[in-house]
Design a protein around this ligand. Structure first.
Ligand SMILES: [Zn+2]
Length: 131
């Protein structure tokens, strides 16, 4: 068994980063996805700034949707990145089985959305889209 570093055991992400940012601070993040996300982060080897992870149903972005999105299932993250790092996040995420990827690579706040929602959750998979 490979020796795990302290950082790896604890994971790279703080609960504050994964919590809903509407002000409720709720975290209902999928633990299986969190393990995958930590593995992707480990393999990428550079810090991930998470702009959005769990979003409760009352979060303004979710509240205006007809149906709740992947963030409300706790199975999605938006990783702020662009250029080569964005491409690397996509490459490594795919290698770890991520099948739903959203891309925002114009203007400010560029990010890559990764999620693990499935057709059973009511989401098309695999899927690729841009914002
Ligand atoms: Zn909330």
């Amino acid at each position: 068994m490979a020796k795990a570093t302290k950082k790896k055991q604890e994971g790279y992400f703080r609960s504050k980063e994964l919590a809903c940012k509407c002000g409720c601070n709720t975290i209902e993040f999928d633990l299986g996805f969190l393990a995958t996300l930590n593995a992707i982060r480990e393999e990428c080897g550079f810090p991930f700034a998470i702009s959005s992870a769990y979003r409760c149903p009352l979060h303004p972005i979710e509240a205006r949707k007809e149906a709740l999105g992947a963030h409300a299932y706790g199975k999605a993250v938006d990783v702020l990145c662009s250029g080569e790092k964005a491409l690397e996040v996509i490459r490594v995420a795919q290698a770890h089985g991520i099948k739903r990827i959203g891309i925002k690579q114009t203007g400010g706040g560029r990010f890559i959305h990764l999620d693990v929602c499935t057709e059973e959750d009511g989401f098309p998979s695999p899927a690729l889209w841009s914002y």
